[in-house]
Design a binder for this molecule. Sequence first.
Ligand SMILES: [Mn+2]
Length: 309
Amino acid sequence: MSKKLIQRLKAARRVLLVTHTDPDADALGSCLLCRALIRRLNPQARVSISIDPKHKGELNYFLQRIKNPAGRPDTIVAVDASSAPRLYGLDNLPVDIMFDHHVGNANFGKINIVDPQAASCTLVIYKLLQQLKIKLTKPMAEALYLGLCSDTGNFSFANTDERVFRAALDCTRAGIKPNAIFNRLNEQLERREIMDFARALLSTESHCGGRLIVASIPADSKVDNRNLIDYIRREKHAEAALVLVAKKDHIKISFRSKTALNVAQIAAHFNGGGHKKAAAGKISGKTLAEARKELLAYFSKYIFPPNKT
Ligand SMILES: [Mn+2]
């Protein structure tokens, strides 16, 4: 445990918590858990949370817990983001403390707590709570559990390990209801989203002899790219999946790997990064179709080249 970190957290009076754009439940859960930690160490601290308003509706219920006090921050804490440009609402201010779990984190904070072994960023903060012997309250457990669910794909991805289950046990002991949280995160779709999902599924193509599955989401679609990519990757022989999402001024790309293939490295080639099995990047100045063509060319040349025998 870093003494410097604890001293810095205890000295904080007005804290701004920031996380990545297009936040997921781990980003929000990490903000909520970190706020609880700071308030425990320093009951006078006023903690604001900056969340990108372009988040998915699944977070709405949990966002009710945020009421932001005004005032200029004296401490900025970033959570669940591998690089400063991904942070929402930072306005070029320096990051004092950073909690993260992404491989290849740029260590852009003055104090960096990065644990790539942790399945979620909430687990990184939870470890600190344990070291400080702070017992989970129910709201803290809910925040921790949000990250566990979201970043392990509801306890199914390759990062689901003993540490995840031990933390989940601690959450249930603190009184959370796993099914209620699952329902609030995953069973709140609008009918429109389901119909758009059906349309996006029809755009799915198989390439590189079935090893690569690709789908696209047009700009006017309501589909959550994470739900789509987790669905299309289920094809039996698929080794990797890609989903392209048309954004206002760029094409966002999600990557997933079902094998030892490291998609974080591929994403880095496309202005992004992430984890070995789940990563994201972007292509600017191209249409959805052009970006798709560029990605397919890259994959068939470098990742899954055809057998020359
Ligand atoms: Mn995360």
